[in-house]
Write a protein that binds this ligand. Structure first.
Ligand SMILES: Nc1nc2c(ncn2[C@@H]2O[C@H](COP(=O)(O)OP(=O)(O)OP(=O)(O)O)[C@@H](O)[C@H]2O)c(=O)[nH]1
Ligand SMILES: [Mg+2]
Length: 719
């Protein structure tokens, strides 16, 4: 294969909501570029992009697929991203290493929630974006509505380059207002016939052409002058102007295709080859130390591994972008992220499952290598002349979590290793072993995201696993002050044990100090603070421990043991065994024995006194509450609110924007367990949400009752 130079390479992400036709378009582009002899289809499970068995089973893309075509003497690298919100990690990764987004719009729906979410991401990352209205042959295709919804969302930046002459099954022609030509296809698509624009469409075409020229002129002073003096621009000038507008994201051009029948695809590729920015046109990426790195093939070699995976027939494979310099076969590189050496044994240019060997790849190009020893996603490798590192991919927070375990306990250790590897493949699969819940949790973006993880483990690693509801990390606290004494005494055989502790506990409230006198059952207890320790707790909240012992009733050396005993109990709260938090403990009296008192006795006395006082101090269970933000089409708002109310949600606000409603709510974590599934079924998959931990709140009385009952039930045998 030819070696492409930096100024011959363009990197493009195929994005758009699920089912808009990215994989189908990729297939048509590869066919037109001569990379495949037959166009496969998603239905038949034989596309170049969707080559993982799990993708065939689901019938849609799960992993971003790296592809390339050679077109007009240029190398167009594509990454076909999965469209579903569940696989947003792949989208973010792909956008990070490409310069342009080709955003497909399903002409049946126009702009969808998925489109909006993805465009927000593109915008945040400052990437040029080209819209492509697809499926124009579909019975329900609606070009006008698609354009309207684009204008509604993105305003005057939307510049249509083409319009179809008819839509639906009869679709076979469009007018291109950049070239001012009509394109027409035979039923099999492919190479179009290029014709003059029919008279009846001429005025519309001219009007759109003028809008395009104005938009193109606006981004370059020279072009503006020319436009004012001559009233027009030639094709090359328009291309230059559009490229500048793309780079600054001021122009969002709109194309028309029918990917399924290979119509409009060649013209789109021509535009990509001629107009879309080269790697060197875009702002240079920065290293972790803020150094901008130009895509210069003569600079020191730096490659950034953006994806690692285990693939059918190949095994471990690492996909990378050459950030600077040139990488050659047999290069010895150094992984600066992990401080280890790597040898590049083979280099490939990739088209899905097909990997074509190449001798070298230059700055700006995307390729793959196999059998690296110790390299993971997001590592930088270089040739030892610099220590630069890149790390520009920021992954979103989780939205859906499940507890996972091996069906056969003997697989547990192996499962741990596999889960770590899965996280390295896709960092949006997060793994947590919770000591508190005694569960291994997998956190991800949605039900299908985690189902895919399960599918991979069961089918690739042959380990049956099961999912269950994750436990909720409840907390316990108290609502009022209480007092308790406890004497620990043991006198069997040799040395005895003796320790007695009198303590008061009360809720620890920020800014409220301990009182001088406490009253219980008419009796007064005077407090004189001799020592105070505030311990921030690992699980949130604090413990304040006050030594108010007078007259040496307990020796100071036993106080740490008492505090330890209290911590034992805080770690396993008396109500449900959950962590306790926000408590003040005042040890004001007790008794020692000159011989039998020791640390263990005071630790036990402290634990029991605390436990008893806790039970009398109006103990309450707290639950984690999350801030949830939901974006939903206005028409489905009622269902979504109704569902939220059934989840004990508190609605904090609503905002409407372009036929969409944004709802902010506080929802207990317990009620969010299957939220992504419910939201999807309430909105036909047209809504999205994100959630972030907010705070702990008291559970309602009836919930507390159920929790106490459940705990008593499961711990019956332990008493
Ligand atoms: N009628 C018609 N159907 C199309 C066209 N393009 C794609 N489709 C169909 O739309 C469905 C989805 O196409 P895909 O190519 O899998 O869509 P995608 O955007 O890759 O979807 P995800 O991988 O889920 O993000 C498939 O059934 C395709 O056959 C088209 O131009 N016309
Ligand atoms: Mg796809």
């Amino acid at each position: 294969m030819r070696i492409y130079q930096t100024n011959e390479i363009k990197n493009i992400s195929l994005v758009g909501s699920s089912g808009s036709g990215k994989t189908t378009l990729a297939e048509s582009m590869l066919y037109e570029g001569g990379l495949v002899k037959r166009r496969g289809s998603v239905e038949a499970g034989n596309t170049v992009s969707d080559y993982f068995p799990v993708e065939h089973e689901y019938g849609y893309s799960v992993f971003p697929a790296v592809l390339h075509v050679e077109w007009l003497n240029k190398k167009l690298n594509f990454i076909d991203c999965p469209g579903s919100d569940d696989f947003v990690g792949g989208l973010i990764t792909s956008l990070s290493v490409t310069d342009t987004a080709l955003m497909l719009i399903n002409s049946q729906h126009g702009v969808e929630v998925g489109t909006q979410n993805q465009h927000r991401q593109i915008d945040k990352m400052g990437k040029p974006c080209i819209f492509v209205i697809n499926q124009l042959d579909h019975e329900k295709a609606d070009y006008e509505n698609s354009i309207e919804s684009l204008k509604e969302n993105y305003g005057g930046k939307i510049i249509p380059i083409q319009f179809p002459l008819s839509v639906g099954p009869s679709f076979n022609a469009l007018v291109d207002v950049l070239l001012m030509k009509m394109y027409q296809w035979k039923p099999e698509g492919g190479v179009p016939e290029i014709l003059p624009i029919p008279e009846e469409y001429m005025q519309k075409a001219k009007d759109m052409h003028n809008v395009l020229i104005e938009a193109a002129a606006e981004h370059d002073e020279g072009l503006m002058d020319k436009y004012f003096s001559e009233g027009s621009l030639n094709e090359d000038e328009m291309r230059l102007g559009i490229r500048k507008g793309l780079i600054t994201q001021d122009i969002l051009p709109v194309f028309c295709v029918c990917a399924g029948r290979d119509m409009g695809v060649r013209r789109l590729m021509e535009f990509l080859g001629n107009v879309v920015p080269f790697v060197s046109d875009m702002p240079y990426p920065q290293t972790t130390e803020g150094i901008k790195v130009a895509p210069d093939k003569n600079a020191p070699t730096n490659i950034y591994v953006f994806k690692t995976s285990v693939e059918p027939h190949i095994g471990e494979i690492s996909y990378f972008k050459v950030m600077s310099g040139t990488v050659k076969e047999s290069d010895d590189l150094f992984n600066t992220t992990r401080n280890s050496k790597e040898r590049i044994n083979q280099l490939f240019s990739v088209a899905g499952q097909t990997k074509e060997k190449v001798e070298e790849l230059v700055a700006g190009d995307i390729g793959a290598t196999v059998k690296l020893k110790n390299t993971r996603t997001a590592n930088t490798l270089n040739n030892g002349t610099s220590e630069q590192q890149f790390n520009f991919i920021q992954y979103p927070d989780w939205k859906y979590r499940r507890a996972i375990k091996a069906v056969n306990a003997s697989d547990d250790a192996k499962l741990g290793e596999i889960l770590n590897r899965m996280h390295e493949e896709d960092p949006t699969w997060t793994i947590e072993y919770s000591k508190e819940l005694k569960q291994t949790l997998v956190l991800g973006q949605g039900e299908f995201h985690l189902k895919t993880l399960k599918w991979r483990i069961e089918n690739n690693d042959k380990i049956p696993v099961s999912f269950s509801d994750p436990k909720i990390p409840y907390r316990e606290t108290i609502r009022k002050a209480a007092r308790a004494d406890y004497r620990h005494k043991k006198q069997s055989g040799g040395a005895g044990q003796f320790g007695e502790v009198h303590l008061i506990i009360e809720p620890l409230i920020e800014g409220e100090a301990a009182k001088d006198v406490y009253k219980f059952n008419g009796q007064e207890f005077k407090i004189s603070v001799r020592d105070k320790q505030i311990t921030p707790l690992e699980w949130g909240g604090k413990l304040e421990f006050i030594n108010s012992i007078v007259g040496g009733s307990i020796d100071a050396r036993f106080l740490p043991a008492i505090q330890k005993g209290i911590m034992d109990c805080m770690e396993q709260g008396p109500l449900t065994g959950s962590y306790a938090r926000d408590v003040r403990v005042i040890v004001y009296d007790g008794k020692m024995h000159p011989v039998d008192s020791n640390e263990i006795s005071f630790r036990l006395a402290g634990r029991h006194a605390f436990s008893e006082a806790f039970k009398n101090a109006g103990p309450k269970i707290l639950e984690p509450v999350y801030d949830v933000e939901i974006t939903v089409p206005s028409a489905r708002m009622g269902d979504v609110i109704g569902d939220l109310q059934g989840r004990r949600a508190v609605i904090m606000g609503m905002e409407s924007e372009k036929n969409m409603e944004k709802i902010n709510a506080k929802v207990p974590l317990k009620e969010m367990n299957n939220y992504s599934i419910a939201l999807s079924s309430n909105t036909g998959g047209r809504a999205s949400f994100n959630m972030k931990f907010s705070n702990y709140e008291l559970v309602p009385a009836e919930v507390q009752e159920t929790l106490l009952k459940d705990y008593a039930e499961t711990h019956k045998d332990e008493d």
